[in-house]
Design a binder for this molecule. Structure first.
Ligand code: BGC
Ligand code: NOJ
Length: 813
């Protein structure tokens, strides 16, 4: 069953039933101020860092699901009845409920007893605030006497501390109210120079103390103050500061009114915190004009139009028209949009990531660039330099860093031996997109230590060398804490309940090896060789090639199982992912990545491996991680075997790695198989099975339960997953074949046989390429004509005569 529909023309997903199987969320903000918002207005906001600068509270894992948010209530002052136009939290039966999740905004509304109300939530570009535009219309034929209430609950900044340190926090909460604006200033008196505010365009009453608003032992579904119809102008002292506004509205029949609320974050210079100086009153000189500006309707509308233009341009970098609507919709709208979210959030804040547990991942953020770099290359550049600055002098990496401090930490472990290579992959994607070679000269420190700066290029060299000094008994890379699969913990050996698989190490780590890292090493080594070659370092380039070739030999000798690539060797030197194993005989990662890297294309291994994946791992809902699933806990394998069969890394359909197989299939020239795999996990193509899939039909989920799971086909962990970038990269660069290279744009589609062709527009290094592909035979041989001239090969030359538009026609035979 479907819970809504796509409105592609407006780039929206329209949810028409509020009780979706899970909260279906969207992101507000795309630069520094962010929020998550569900289809019933649940969610929270933060500035830059979901853990350290949380503006509003949210309750995880709560009943009812998805509780706490940007709630608006309407009250009919004649009948005293009140309701929420967004359904939650009051859950009245509404008419015409609709939530439109769009690009950086969400509009939620409904009609109840003749009163229509909807709220448009968004974050203006370049501002650290969000606007809620509430429109209320009276469709009755009598006058309506109403009150509107808007509410949020402030978080005391550090979301982790806020959720745990009550003995202190029940005492620290402070607010100020001036000219009807509520200022949240907890800890402003001491070391903070930032505060939050919640303002309303209309005069009215307010509350800032949670208990005054909700009443004792009540929830957000039945606030006492809304029930009584009058807020009490309460001032919070400690406990839980909130922001609530009341606006009284009398609407004639047919009349509409708009009320604007602004929630924001503001910083003052450290020496200009108070006004007058020496007092304890917030200096509001710089914030007041901002608040006044966005409480004006024309300004709010103009900001919304700017946001629309921004997305029009951002998505305009690549647009495609294929015979498959699900491909078009994902590539043109939602997959690209999701890539923005993963770039901004990494794996920190979603309905499945609390914003507390994980910052920006080193491996994750580098891979996220694959799907993002074409949209805002300047931000990709900054991200690369930030990531590289957390690299350790050994070439190794912290597994994550906090966006606010930009410092690496070991909270979720370190010593994952694949990490350094992803930096090469990320930088290479950036160079291919932009041709900006200057980035390689940028001085970047190690571990953020001033004085340790080296050109970014040296960081890449160290990434590569990191593996050379960490080879195991077979000459394959030692796995360290784990590789891409965080749960393949071969040196962990944990038998203690509650111990973290991510930070526990009980073995020296001198034996367990990863074939996946070997494949990644070959891939990254060749990318680095190309970069070196282009920089005129021919000898260095051939060294990288030689190391890659040597590793390829090792893979052929010790990483091949006869019909597929092995996965790893464990701490005892025993094979993982081999036909000899009882469980976990074949894995997706090493097969996908080795073939993606071009290993075995010549000698038939790649073909065998992809066929074996198809036979053993592919299901109608996607390709599972391994088979057979681990039926019990294996001390020597770690977290992977901690999951019940079919879930997460234990034979779940980990969508992130499916595209490696899709790319592998394109390398074999099998466009039908590649696109078929693509469609199996494409959320839009799964919309009809909403009750099974359960997650949002407009974004990829990290995981779909595998065939061993009782809930085979059920998705989880939507939004923040490497799936976004990799699927985008696989469909755009390998299946559609519109591929960036260091030397320009390559056009080499490997599309399904029954596609008559496709058209696309790509802006690349300042030039717009209008591409039209026509199929005249069933193969993948391409003949290209560029602005009327036939060219050799598949690389479109970069125009040297100042042309800004280039027409490319391709014929596939
Ligand atoms: C999950 C992984 C995740 C890891 C690191 C594990 O519990 O299964 O998918 O990467 O935690 O936080
Ligand atoms: C999620 C993590 O964010 C990612 O880094 C990892 O590769 C996958 N899980 C697989 O374990």
């Amino acid at each position: 069953m479907k819970y809504g529909h796509f409105d592609d023309a407006r780039r929206e997903y329209v949810i028409t039933q509020p009780d979706t199987p899970l909260p279906w969320i969207n992101y507000l903000g795309c630069q520094a101020y962010f929020g998550i918002i569900s289809n019933t207005a649940g969610g929270y906001s933060f500035y830059r860092d979901a853990r350290l600068r949380r503006l509003t509270r949210y309750r995880y894992n709560n009943v009812p699901l998805d509780y706490g948010g940007r709630y608006i209530y309407l009250r009919d002052n004649e009948t005293r009845e009140f309701w929420s136009p967004s359904w939650q939290p009051t859950q009245n039966e509404l008419q015409d409920y609709a939530c439109r999740h769009g690009m950086g905004y969400t509009i939620i509304g409904s009609t109840y007893k003749g009163i229509e109300a909807h709220t448009r939530y968004f974050v203006p570009l370049d501002e650290n605030l969000e606007i809620w535009q509430l429109t209320v219309t009276n469709h009755r034929n009598t006058k309506a006497v109403l009150s509107a209430f808007a509410s949020i609950e402030f978080c005391l900044w550090d979301a982790q501390d806020d959720a745990t340190n009550f003995q202190r926090n029940f005492n620290t909460g402070q607010v100020e109210v001036e000219d009807g604006v509520i200022y949240h200033k907890t800890e402003y008196r001491e070391r903070r120079n930032h505060f939050a505010y919640f303002a309303c365009s209309e005069p009215g009453r307010f509350d800032t103390q949670r208990e005054a608003f909700l009443g004792r032992y009540r929830g957000w579904d039945r606030p006492a103050a809304v029930e009584s119809g009058e807020l009490s102008n309460s001032i919070a002292h400690g406990w839980s500061p909130i922001g609530a506004h009341q606006v009284n509205l009398e609407l004639a029949p047919g009349e509409s009114r708009e009320v604007i609320f602004v929630l924001g974050y503001h910083e003052n210079p450290v020496d200009e915190k108070f006004d007058p100086p020496g007092s304890q009153i917030i200096d509001k000189r710089t914030v007041k004009p901002l608040i006044a500006k966005y409480l004006r309707r024309e300004e709010a509308d103009a900001a919304f139009e700017q946001l629309r233009d921004y997305w029009e341009q951002t998505l305009g970098v690549f647009q495609v028209n294929t015979p498959d609507i699900h491909t078009n919709r994902m590539v043109n709208i939602w997959n690209a949009y999701q890539c923005m979210a993963t770039f901004n959030m990494s794996r920190s804040a979603s309905f499945y990531e609390s914003g507390i547990g994980r910052g920006l991942g080193f491996r994750d953020s580098n891979q996220d660039l694959l799907g993002f770099v074409h949209m805002v290359p300047t931000r990709a550049r900054e991200r690369i330099l930030d990531l590289a600055a957390t690299q350790l002098p050994t070439g190794g990496a912290y597994h994550q860093y906090q966006p606010l401090t930009k410092r690496g930490n070991n909270d979720i472990g370190g010593g994952f031996n694949d990490d350094p290579h992803w930096l090469i992959v990320g930088v290479s994607a950036y160079l291919k997109e932009t041709g900006d070679w200057s980035i390689l000269e940028e001085p970047v420190p190690y571990d953020n230590e001033t004085g340790s700066e080296q050109p970014l290029y040296e960081h890449l060299q160290r990434s590569f060398r990191y593996t050379l000094s960490r080879l195991g008994p077979h000459g394959l890379p030692l796995i360290g804490r784990a590789d891409w699969n965080d749960c393949l913990n071969l040196n962990c050996f944990s038998d203690t309940p509650g111990q973290s698989f991510q930070t526990t190490t009980n073995r020296e780590g001198k034996v367990a090896e990863s074939v996946f890292i070997a494949g990644l090493f070959v891939y990254a080594g060749r990318e680095l060789a190309e970069i070196a070659q282009r920089r005129g370092l021919a000898q260095e380039a051939s060294q990288y090639r030689a190391e890659a070739a040597k590793m390829e030999d090792v893979i052929n000798e010790h990483g091949w199982d006869g019909n597929w690539f092995l996965r790893a060797y464990d701490n005892f030197g025993a094979k993982i992912g081999s036909n000899e194993c009882e469980e976990g005989k074949i894995f997706i990662e090493s097969n996908g990545f080795c073939v993606l890297a071009g290993i075995g294309l010549e000698d038939g291994k790649a073909l065998k491996a992809m066929d074996a994946v198809g036979e053993n791992l592919a299901t109608k809902h996607g390709i599972v991680v391994q088979q057979p699933a681990y039926s019990k806990y294996y001390l020597q394998l770690g977290e992977i075997s901690s999951y019940p069969p079919g879930y997460k890394e234990n034979a779940g359909i980990f969508c992130h790695v499916n595209p490696w197989v899709m790319i592998g299939e394109t390398r074999l020239g099998r466009g039908d198989a590649a696109h078929d795999y693509y469609s199996r996990i494409n959320p839009s193509a799964r919309e009809e099975i909403g009750d099974l899939h359960r997650c949002e039909p407009y974004v990829y989920a990290q995981m779909i339960a595998g065939k061993d799971a009782p809930t085979f086909g059920e998705a989880k962990n939507s939004w923040l997953t490497g799936t976004a970038a990799w699927n985008y990269y696989a469909i755009v660069q390998w299946i559609l074949g519109v591929r960036t290279t260091l030397n320009g744009l390559q056009i080499a589609p490997v599309i399904p046989k029954n596609w008559p062709g496709f058209t696309a527009t790509r802006m690349f290094r300042g030039v717009t390429y209008r591409i039209s592909i026509e199929r005249k035979g069933s193969g993948n041989d391409i003949g290209l004509t560029v602005d009327g001239q036939q060219i050799e090969g598949s690389l479109v030359p970069v125009p040297t005569d100042g042309r800004r538009e280039v027409g490319v026609t391709g014929v596939l035979r």
